[in-house]
Every structure is written in structure tokens, then in C-alpha cells.
Design a protein around this ligand. Structure first.
Ligand SMILES: Nc1ncnc2c1ncn2[C@@H]1O[C@H](COP(=O)(O)OP(=O)(O)O)[C@@H](O)[C@H]1O
Ligand SMILES: O=C(OP(=O)(O)O)[C@H](O)COP(=O)(O)O
Length: 394
């Protein structure tokens, strides 16, 4: 049984709220997309309106990445989005941070600095060890309660995700609650169940395909994006040097597993029939029989969209993760648009993923039963795994 905000006595309480506002960042360091911030408005405004003193904990990027930035801009955006007053401090658990939390007024929000500026936060620990990390042990004494709304990071056993409930009463925020309701019992959703795996996390998606095909959770797996190119390659098709380089880089050492999956589940595991490339500045579709080509495959073609659309139209549940192509460029958004529009014909449609959510917003797509804020976390649930964040709240 997980407690929710309905069980929390918020008035005057100092509440640490872990959110996932990890977002695309522009080259000048400002936020490129605020979908994930918008998702947490309900939880944060509700707590503030009920008189809590809200300390926001969040990460942005990973050490070494271009998007590993401070949360100053996130705080400014939150200030525009929330009804409550929002402050920011460039510290997470130091004396300065603790003092700011102690002096927070009822009904106001303080954004603490990027948790991953501290090395322990990029490691994973069992909850009892996470509880004695510097971040958790330092901050817990100034908090009365902990709320986890960071569904998109719920598959990470990191200190700010699993450590606090060892010290404090823990509650699920509204995002977490909704996600667990929608994704918590995938095995009882209508069948046939069709998973469509796109995007660029080829190694993860090969693992997902393997799990859902073997467990029977998936009746059919459709593949698109770089994932589709990788499975196409695994059937023995030569896509050309550029596509092969990208898919090989992204597959890690899992390409052999893709071949095994095709041998075992060939009839339930579908690969693209055509791809789209850029030639003389135009989108050109190339059917699989006409491969290889020198240009990289940037999208699936219209024959694939039509064939996958037929499968999805007959699905009880359609589960889509990852765009079908480089949707950031309009001419390669065609496959993503077609496939996601087609998926709404399934009786019940779930879509998930950080870039997927951006694509849905950018392309103005709608009609899904559930749009998950999580990519990896949603896929973990959709393969029947339990999530460390959820276990910690239990
Ligand atoms: N054929 C392709 N070639 C190169 N990149 C692709 C291709 N198809 C999709 N992508 C890229 O995949 C990225 C999203 O993948 P991923 O991070 O796995 O999705 P999500 O965050 O939704 O789980 C996008 O930036 C998109 O441009
Ligand atoms: O963006 C996230 O995950 P996602 O790309 O799977 O949606 C989360 O913020 C987790 O980030 P991480 O994968 O760096 O631990």
C-alpha cells in the first residue's frame, strides 16, 4: 500500500518533493522543452496551496554531458508555471540549503540545486545505504515528509529516490500515482498487446523485446527508428555504411541477441519494409529490396507505416516507446506522426519516453489513453519489473 498526498498532513510541514524535470537543454544552457516541469505543477501547487513548505529535489543530465546544468533556469520556469512563490538556492544539502528550507514560508517552494552535482547521486544503493549518503542524511533532519513524484527516475535506486523514506514518511505525488495506476497492471490490459519500439536506445529496446516476447506480454513487437534499423540489419539486410555505423554504436554488444530473437520469434517480431533518407535536400523513401544506400536511414517509410497501422488497428493494447525517426526535422517526422496517429485505433494506447513526449507535443498528436512522463521507467513497468522508488515508498 502506497500513501498518496491524500494521506499527508501538509499544513506547515517541510516536504521534500523529488520531481523529474530532466529536460532537453539548448546550446545556450536554457531549457528547450518544459513538458516535464508542467507535469509536476499539480503536485507542487497542491502542496503549496495546502500550506506545505516545499523543497524541490531534482536532477538534470549526467556528469560530462552538455545538459548537465544548474537548476536555476528550471526554477525560473517553475516560477512562471506555479501559483506559489518559487525561490532557488545553488546548494542541495549544505548548511546554506538547510537554512533556506528552515526559513521557508508556508505555501512557498524552494528549488534546490541539481542532486547529481554530488557524486553519490549518480551511484545506486540499497535504500538503507542510500539513507546514510551525505545528501539524504544532511537534508532529512530539516524535512517532515518526503514525496516522490519523479516517476521518470523511479527505475534508479539513487539516494534522493530511495533514501528518504528510511528517515521520513513517504508519499507518492500525483504524477507518480497516475503513472502507477496506468502502468501498474499491464498484464491485465486488453489483448492482443502490440509493443512498438522506436527511438535510439537500441540496447535497452532489444532487452525489452526479449522480455516481452518471452513472457508473452507482447503478442507482436513492431520496430522503428534506430531500433528498427538494428533489427533490419539483424535480418541480414545491409542498410549502407552510415546507418550501420549508427545502429552498431547504439546496439552495444546486443546485435547477436537481436538475431536470436528474430530466429525464435520471427513471426511476432516485425521489421521496417522501407526507410526514408535525405537526397538532394528531399525526403526519399527506399524499400528494403533497394538497400543499401549511402545516406543514413532517418525514418521509416510509408509502406511500414501502413503495415504497422494495420497491426495496431487490430490491437487491444498498443504500447509505443520512442519516435520512428528523426522527428526533430519535419521531413523525418512523417513516420512518427503516421505511426502514433495509427496507434490511436487500438482499443487502449499507452505511449512513453522523454523524447516521445516531446514529439507528441511538437507534432500536436493526441488521442492516447496514457502519455507516460517516463521512458526507461515506463518500459521497466511495461516489462513487468518492480521499480526501486515504488518499493521504497511501500
Ligand atoms: N532513424 C534514426 N536515426 C537517428 N536517430 C533517430 C532515428 N529515429 C529516431 N531517432 C532519434 O531517437 C531519439 C529519441 O530516442 P529515445 O531517447 O530512445 O526516445 P525516448 O526518450 O522517447 O525513450 C530522437 O532524438 C530521434 O531523433
Ligand atoms: O530522462 C530520464 O529517463 P528517460 O530518458 O528514460 O525518460 C530520467 O530523468 C532518468 O535519467 P537517467 O537515465 O539519466 O537516470
Amino acid at each position: 500500500m502506497i500513501r498518496t498526498l491524500d494521506d499527508l498532513d501538509a499544513e506547515g510541514a517541510a516536504v521534500g518533493v523529488r520531481v523529474d524535470i530532466n529536460s532537453p537543454v539548448a546550446p545556450d544552457g536554457t531549457l528547450d522543452d518544459d513538458s516535464r516541469l508542467r507535469a509536476h505543477v499539480e503536485t507542487l501547487d497542491e502542496l503549496a496551496a495546502r500550506g506545505a513548505r516545499v523543497a524541490v529535489l531534482a536532477h538534470q543530465g549526467r556528469p560530462g554531458g552538455d545538459d548537465f546544468t544548474s537548476l536555476a533556469d528550471h526554477a525560473e520556469r517553475l516560477s512562471a508555471l506555479l501559483d506559489a512563490p518559487v525561490e532557488y538556492v545553488d546548494a542541495t544539502f549544505s548548511a546554506a540549503a538547510r537554512e533556506r528550507v528552515r526559513s521557508l514560508a508556508d505555501g512557498s517552494v524552494l528549488v534546490l540545486e541539481n542532486t547529481r552535482f554530488y557524486s553519490e547521486e549518480v551511484m545506486q544503493f540499497p535504500p538503507a545505504e542510500a539513507a546514510s549518503t551525505h545528501l539524504v542524511a544532511g537534508l532529512a533532519p530539516v524535512l517532515d515528509a518526503y514525496v516522490n513524484d519523479a516517476f521518470a527516475a523511479a527505475h534508479r535506486s539513487q539516494p534522493s529516490i530511495v533514501g528518504f523514506p528510511e528517515h521520513l514518511p513517504g508519499y507518492a505525488g500525483r504524477v507518480m500515482e497516475r503513472e502507477l495506476d496506468a502502468l501498474g497492471d499491464i498484464a491485465s490490459t486488453p489483448t492482443p498487446r502490440v509493443y512498438c519500439l522506436g527511438g535510439a536506445k537500441v540496447d535497452d529496446s532489444i532487452g525489452v523485446a526479449s522480455t516481452v516476447l518471452e513472457s508473452g506480454l507482447a503478442d507482436v513487437v513492431l520496430t522503428a527508428g534506430v531500433v528498427g534499423n538494428a533489427f533490419l540489419h539483424a535480418t541480414g539486410v545491409d542498410l549502407g555504411p552510415e546507418s550501420t555505423r549508427v545502429l552498431t554504436d547504439r546496439a552495444g554488444d546486443r546485435l547477436a541477441q537481436a538475431e536470436e530473437l528474430l530466429d525464435t520469434y520471427g513471426d511476432r517480431l516485425h521489421v521496417p519494409l522501407d526507410v526514408a533518407v535525405e537526397r538532394d535536400g528531399e525526403r526519399v523513401e527506399v524499400s528494403v529490396e533497394d538497400l543499401p544506400v549511402p545516406e543514413p536511414a532517418m525514418d521509416v517509410g510509408s509502406a511500414t507505416v501502413a503495415a504497422y497501422g494495420d497491426v495496431l488497428a487490430n490491437a487491444g493494447t498498443g504500447i509505443l516507446n520512442g519516435p520512428a525517426g528523426v522527428f526533430e526535422e519535419e521531413r523525418f517526422a512523417v513516420g512518427t506522426r503516421g505511426l502514433f496517429e495509427g496507434a490511436t485505433a487500438a482499443d487502449y494506447t499507452i505511449v512513453g519516453g522523454g523524447d516521445t513526449a516531446s514529439a507528441i507535443r511538437r507534432l500536436g498528436l493526441s488521442g492516447f489513453d496514457h502519455v507516460s512522463t517516463g521512458g526507461g521507467a515506463a518500459l521497466a513497468m511495461l516489462t513487468g519489473e518492480s521499480l526501486p522508488a515504488v518499493e521504497a515508498l511501500r
